[in-house]
Design a protein around this ligand. Sequence first.
Ligand code: NDP
Length: 237
Amino acid sequence: MAQISNRKTVILGGSRGIGAALVRKFAGAGDRVVFTFAGSADAAAALSAETGAEAIRVDSADRRALTAAIAAQGPIDLLLVNAGTLVMGDPLESDADAIDHMIDVNVRAPYHASVEAARTMPDNGRILIIGSTNGDRMPFAGGGAYAMTKSAIQGMVRGLARDFGPRGITINAIQPGPVDTDMNPAAGPMAETMHGFMAIGRHIHASEIADYAAFLASPSAAMITGSMQTIDGGFGA
Ligand code: NDP
């Protein structure tokens, strides 16, 4: 990736999975990367040592802590909101507090973080939020609440694109299909079912999501905003 001079990049939820791939990609391109984590202190420290990125513990479910951390990092050129949780299961049996926590992390945090970052973001800055192909399609039972959180991101980026567009700031959702991470292992019990929904029946590599993010964060993507960028191997086709 061509280096964009001295870019300040903040990645929410960077310690593992897709987030760690984003840290590697953008730190490797020469960005000044700061990433957050919640529970995985050892993984965060190891990634920091590997990449030179700075790791800070910030729980995305804590709005005040999150917005204070964003404000302290500003001005931010590129904000990547990756932190997310997945609660699946029979809605009649689900723990309501776990559902609300998922809404806090997957919906409230991306909104408040994006708005806070935009306060001081320079013109032509970039905001990318990791949604999911499940924002468009939820082809099996037990995923209603998760799909709701990812559909909410769609409305968020459409609306905020209008607010930030006059400054050249773009905001988009990246909507992955199954990605091989702790959340959704390629060898997990649901893998075969998910591959059955895909045109290309394999899990996506986290690095493939990071490669796509790098394009969307580049000057070449200046006119892509308010959009859903789906990378799902045809899961939703
Ligand atoms: P993982 O569970 O593998 O990793 C989640 C990351 O988010 C970790 O770095 C974790 O940090 C961080 N995180 C979780 N909760 C919080 C929190 N409250 N505060 C700060 N950081 C937090 O997930 P994936 O990499 O698979 O998923 C990343 C994103 O991609 C999520 O938004 C997910 O919904 C989305 N996605 C994933 C797909 C998949 O198939 N894997 C498909 C489509 C979308 P820590 O461990 O330190 O808590």
